[in-house]
Design a protein around this ligand. Structure first.
Ligand code: GLA
Length: 713
């Protein structure tokens, strides 16, 4: 891996990274992409020689891993810092290189004049090909150092990666992939919401012209961080392009006393020669094997029942017990009591911060409900929103000064709540004590950790502390996990507002979106799969009439949509029609039958016409697959198209059946369902035929989602 010629090369099956890091030079990535078997750093260096041009400096300015002001091409600032206005430009040159372990190096650099040690750590996971990159900045001087910008890393964009895809959205419409039109200059997303955000997901995909979901070269980037962040792509007028991601600091937020070190969050990046599905597969495996602790693989993901859309704040023990009975009957395995169980929380104006069961609603505490849930064979989960306080709460009345604050300004309320200052030890200790008391006294398997507002004024003691607040939230989660190692945690922030690898390194799933509208969910979940595997994507069957969009959707569609995720329910089971309850019960049983494949197989998004969405999960050995095809809106032509299978083994014979929906679903007969007996024993086709010829879809009504099962025989 390390060579004494001034180059480092890191290799996995089909990825190579070559870093130029000769002692005394600025370190930079020469190559990151396709596996190179014989090309040396020296060769690449020569092949990529650039000359200076008229109108520019007399030497060609190279980028570096840091892109520090002072030595990089103008406009590429990945690092800027100063000492009270002095020493504001640096040139970091390599002092020494440390091999941490095979596949992982730290390149230690220094700028003597400003007395800063900058270390870039790069690892390439040889199993998944995912690179991790981070930067540490040490103040080796004798005065305070202010860091304005510090990217986790700076990655040159492969010249062939001409197309860029970002992720945007809003509350109840997260993870919307958008293609970024070609540009000169910069594409910048700055997120100052104090959480990962609904609209600026810290992820990016760069792809070659001809790349599809299934084929072609592409590069993916994700910052594992749940706070303010900046993502930028700079296309210089000399043809080079770079991707940088890191925290986004508020004024003077990041200052280091002499001897202190700043550690950036981790940038996860991967190259795939096998399209965007290949990229996602790398990210999924890396997340599950390297970032998360493997806990979710230890047992099947239990089917959830969440009380929110069933009862909102209207908690009543008898009704909840009845719902628990019903939930157990239909096949639920974990019952989660959402918002409204504590303090004076009878609506969203009051009670946040007072984490004791409400005397009015639960005079005997939560035990009677928990016992009831457990007696029905289900696990129990409970909702918390630890970082928040309503002004109308005992906590706020006792400690009005415990909230984050920008001096001289009033924190704009959002959902009638303020954000607590977790950077203060007494606040974090208090919250730990409150949550600990509930967990210690009750048999609780799971908590839903919510965070329902942006942080507008992340200040403490007059200074901006957004970064420290995010670290303090992580520390509180870590402390709870350390004491309750088997407790599972869901990360929720008004749906998918805090979904990233930083929070997932200490939680077990994300609440993907507050929208339980199955049609919207098809695309929200599709978008989430670029970076997240199905077993961390919380997906619920909502009520017949969606509370957020007002749309009425069939139980068949609602089930089929939640089926491809960590499945759950969030509806009033007493209000659904009996025949829909039967459909639900059948759907949950089917999910359980197939969840080990859903939660371990390789996810493929299919390229489909605009009226449809399709996703597949194929067992790693190709022996089994599930394909979901959803007609979202109806099609212009008389017939739907064929579904071209992907990921199968060409020469294997698969028995193909249509396992969802059951019953007569096509307006005219016979269709392929009868011709190939798809609702019965199915028919046998080779993987080659399914992939090359495709499977003619039956005519269905719009808003029908078909699930095909294919099994090698
Ligand atoms: C947020 C969550 C919801 C629910 C409510 C409770 O909006 O995303 O799922 O928990 O809070 O107030």
């Amino acid at each position: 891996m390390m060579a004494n010629d001034g180059f480092i090369s890191l290799n996995s099956d089909d990825t190579t990274i070559i870093v130029a890091c000769a002692i005394g030079d600025r370190p930079r990535i020469l190559h990151w992409g396709a596996r190179l078997r014989d090309a040396s750093g020296e060769m690449i260096s020569q092949l990529t020689t650039r000359q200076h041009v008229h109108g520019g400096p007399d030497v060609f300015l190279e980028s570096s891993l840091f892109n520090e002001i002072g030595a990089s091409p103008p406009g590429l600032s990945g690092f800027s810092a100063h000492r009270a206005g002095q020493h504001w430009a640096q040139e970091f040159v390599v002092e020494h290189v440390i091999e941490n372990k095979p596949g992982s190096v730290s390149i230690v650099c220094r700028d003597d004049a400003s007395e800063i040690v900058a270390t870039s750590s790069i690892s390439l996971d040889d199993e998944t090909g995912v690179m991790t990159l981070s930067t540490a900045i040490e103040n080796a001087g004798k005065s305070e150092l202010s860091i304005d910008t510090c990217a986790a890393g700076n990655l040159p964009l492969n010249e062939r990666a001409s197309r860029l895809f970002g992720f945007t959205g809003r509350w109840a419409m997260e993870f919307q992939r958008e293609e970024i039109p070609p540009f000169s200059g910069s594409y910048v997303r700055e997120n100052l919401r104090g959480r990962t955000s609904h609209d600026s997901f810290p992820g990016l995909i760069a792809a070659a012209d001809n790349t599809t979901e299934q084929e072609g070269d592409c590069f993916g980037f994700h910052l594992g961080w749940s706070g303010n962040h900046r993502l930028r792509v700079d296309r210089l007028n000399d043809g080079r392009a770079f991707v940088q991601m890191g925290e986004c600091f508020l004024p003077s937020e990041m200052t280091l006393a002499p001897g202190e070190t700043y550690q950036s969050p981790t940038l996860y990046a991967a190259f795939s020669p096998n399209g965007m599905n290949g990229l996602s597969s790398r990210f999924h495996t890396h997340l599950k094997t390297q970032v998360m602790d493997g806990r979710i693989d230890r047992k099947p993901r239990p089917v959830h029942y969440n009380t929110w859309e069933a009862v909102y704040f209207d908690h009543d023990l008898e009704k909840l017990k009845t719902l628990a009975d019903k939930a157990a009957e239909v096949g639920v395995e974990r019952f989660i009591l959402d918002d409204g169980w504590f303090g004076s929380r009878r609506d969203d104006t009051s009670g946040l911060g007072d984490w004791q069961a409400s005397d009015a609603v639960y005079p005997d505490g939560l035990k009677p409900l928990i016992d009831h849930v457990k007696s029905r064979g289900m696990e129990f989960g409970l909702w918390f929103e630890p970082e928040m306080v309503n002004p109308d709460s005992d906590l706020f009345r006792t400690h009005p000064d415990w909230i984050l604050k920008a001096e001289g300004l009033d924190q704009p309320p959002a959902r009638h709540q303020y954000v607590l200052d977790l950077t203060r030890a007494e606040v974090a200790d208090h919250l730990f004590g409150q949550i600990d008391a509930v967990l210690a006294d009750h048999d609780i398997d799971y908590i839903k950790w919510d965070m329902n507002r942006d942080i507008h004024h992340p200040g403490s003691g007059g200074r901006a502390v957004a970064s420290r607040q995010t670290h303090a939230v992580y520390a509180l989660m870590d402390r709870i996990r350390a004491k309750y190692p088997d407790l599972e945690i869901e990360s929720c922030a008004s749906g998918g507002g805090r979904a990233d690898y930083g929070v997932l390194s200490r939680t077990d799933r994300i609440w993907t979106s507050d929208s339980n509208d199955a049609l919207d969910r098809q695309l929200i979940q599709r978008g989430a799969t670029y970076f997240f595997p199905l077993d961390v994507i919380g997906a619920h069957v909502g009520p017949a009439r969606c509370h957020i969009t007002g749309r009425r959707l069939s139980m068949q569609l609602r089930v089929a949509t939640a089926f491809f995720g960590h499945m759950g329910l969030e509806l009033d089971l007493l209000k659904e029609r009996p025949k829909d309850i039967d459909t639900l019960k059948t759907g949950l049983a089917l999910h359980k039958e197939h969840r080990s494949l859903l939660h371990s197989g390789v996810v493929h998004r299919l390229e489909v016409p605009a009226h449809a969405n399709a996703i597949a999960v194929v067992a790693a050995d190709g022996s089994e697959a599930l394909f979901s095809w959803c007609d979202l809106t109806g099609h212009v032509e008389t017939h739907p198209r064929r579904m071209f299978a992907v990921g199968l083994d060409e020469s294997t014979l698969y028995r193909v059946r249509l396992i969802w929906p059951t019953g007569q679903i096509s307006p005219t007969q016979p269709s392929i369902i009868e011709a190939a007996n798809l609702h019965g024993d199915g028919s046998m086709f080779t993987g080659e035929a399914l992939m090359q010829i495709g499977l003619q879809l039956p005519l269905t009504l719009p808003e029908t989602c078909l699930i095909f099962h294919m099994k090698a025989e």
